[in-house]
Design a protein around this ligand. Structure first.
Ligand SMILES: Nc1nc2c(c(=O)[nH]1)N=C([C@H](O)[C@H](O)COP(=O)(O)OP(=O)(O)OP(=O)(O)O)CN2
Ligand SMILES: [Zn+2]
Length: 128
């Protein structure tokens, strides 16, 4: 079993509706993101998933968020653009782009700062 990850980041603006504090006002963050896929075995090249391919997939998804006002995006009309729902969004978008049965999205870690963040494992929790 292999956990293969890519670290990346994006800048964005957001505000948290109904938040009892300053975060209800528009402001920005440089979110740091780690996307991890889990592979049961390696391929003939010795790879659970090629970093190059994973980087491409993750970039496609991060580009949907980077330098946006997250509150204007369709996904965040019903859900606040909290780090939790940002992780959920990234998880779903990456999952939809992975087609090989040998690897699956495992988790998405989102840090708002170096000292606070979370890890999302999908709606049913960690798999395998
Ligand atoms: N579980 C979560 N908690 C919080 C989230 C979140 O997405 N998930 N988001 C926020 C806000 O985005 C807020 O901007 C950050 O809050 P805070 O850490 O209080 O920011 P400050 O810069 O004001 O913190 P200081 O350390 O006091 O400078 C809040 N919580
Ligand atoms: Zn914020």
């Amino acid at each position: 079993m292999y956990d293969i990850f890519i670290d990346t980041h994006f800048a964005g603006a957001h505000h948290l509706r109904d938040y009892p504090g300053d975060c209800e006002k528009p402001h920005g963050h440089n979110w740091k993101v780690r996307v991890t896929v889990r592979a049961a075995k390696v391929d003939k090249c010795g790879m659970g998933m090629d970093f190059t391919l994973l980087k491409k997939v993750v970039k496609e998804v991060i580009d949907l968020l980077d330098h946006h006002d997250l509150n204007t995006l369709p996904y965040f009309q019903e859900k606040n653009p909290s780090s939790e729902y940002i992780a959920e969004f990234i998880y779903g978008e990456v999952r939809a782009r992975l087609t090989d049965d040998n690897h699956r999205i495992f988790s998405v870690r989102v840090l708002e700062t170096d000292t606070q963040g979370l890890i999302y494992y999908g709606p049913e929790g960690p798999k395998f």
